[in-house]
Design a protein around this ligand. Structure first.
Ligand code: HPA
Ligand code: ZN
Length: 319
């Protein structure tokens, strides 16, 4: 029995497996520049975040209809459930789809077809977190928030993803203020490739309550002390860090040192179709490579529920 866990850092577009990509390409008459799934898999050699993002955006062109998004989410939820995921807070990137002429409603309604039935179908509760692409403009993020207003009953919060370096959190100050005023929860990727200062900015200027990745906090002792003191959760993604070369090999991942420092760490899969595994695979990999004992693995699984937005949801219902 895999440990029951929540997954808090998962890009739904990053769950697009090669087989489903080809199936959707055929269904929608989209031409992929790869002969077959084997040739596509060979392209999964990444130098850094940007080289991954190039393929990630290219491949998501096969997603066009509500049913495509429903099929994508259903496939993820089935795999996640099999690996012990009981709750998933799922990122999606509407700007990447709207740029191809796919409407916000198509994305959200499509995902909802799967998410609305997830508890009964898969035993997995879900939340949706809408991410802004940080390499797009602040105006585009504001327009995206506006486009999401009819669907806010289905969206628990906002996040910030895509190419990090050169796009500091402060660029998105205004859209985070607007989202907070709408009652949305706030998270952001920070400190994956970007410096520790981006983590501080995300906390101080955007007011986020959780940091996605946050790996590079370890370069700044004062920041670590603050994250520990304020119990700010970090959603780490060990297999992603290896594939995108944030760490050289898994055995050198700072997770044990981070736990030792008292940080509230969680383990997640990020883009499992691209990085070699789902949530349970990440747990298995760190168990083997980092020699973490059962107590630490249970702590990580417990942290994932503590850091989730589940409690808030119950509190809100009770109000
Ligand atoms: N980092 C930043 N943006 C992303 C990622 C990631 O790991 N995956 C999908 N978008
Ligand atoms: Zn991510």
């Amino acid at each position: 029995m895999p440990l029951p866990k929540a997954e808090l850092h998962l890009h739904i577009e990053g769950t697009l497996e090669p087989e489903l990509a080809f199936e959707l390409a055929a269904r929608n008459g989209v031409e992929l520049p790869y002969a077959d799934t084997d040739e596509l898999r060979k392209a999964y050699q990444f130098e850094d975040l940007q080289s991954f993002l190039n393929l990630y955006y290219e491949l998501m062109a096969v997603l066009r209809t509500e049913q495509d998004f429903a099929d994508l989410a259903n496939a993820y939820l089935a795999r996640a459930a099999a690996q012990g995921v009981r709750h998933a807070e799922i990122f999606f990137d509407p700007q990447a789809h709207m740029a191809r002429g796919v409407a916000m409603g198509t994305v959200v309604e499509g995902l909802w077809r799967a998410l609305g039935e997830s508890e009964s179908e898969h035993g997995v509760s879900t939340q949706l977190i809408m991410c802004f692409l940080r390499d797009e403009s602040a105006e585009s993020a504001l327009e995206t928030l506006e486009a999401a207003k009819p669907y806010l009953d289905r969206i628990v919060g906002i996040g910030l993803d895509s190419a990090e370096v050169g796009h500091p959190p402060v660029k998105f100050r205004e859209v985070y203020y607007s989202a907070a005023a709408l009652g949305l929860r706030l998270v952001a990727h920070a400190g994956e490739e970007g410096p520790p200062e981006y983590i501080t900015e995300a906390l101080d200027i955007l007011g986020v309550e959780r940091i996605d990745h946050g790996l590079r906090c370890m370069e700044d002792e004062t920041l670590v002390a603050r994250l520990v003191r304020d119990r700010i959760p970090l959603t780490l993604c060990p297999l992603s860090n290896v594939r995108l070369r944030a760490v050289d090999v898994l055995a050198e991942h700072p997770l044990p040192a981070m736990l030792e420092a008292g940080l509230l760490c969680t383990v997640n899969s990020d883009d499992p179709a691209y990085f070699g595994g789902y949530a349970g695979d990440n747990f298995d990999a760190i168990r083997q490579a980092l020699g973490l004992g059962e107590d630490r693995l249970r702590e990580l699984a417990r942290n994932s529920f503590v850091a989730s937005f589940l409690e808030h949801d119950e509190e809100r219902r009770a109000r």
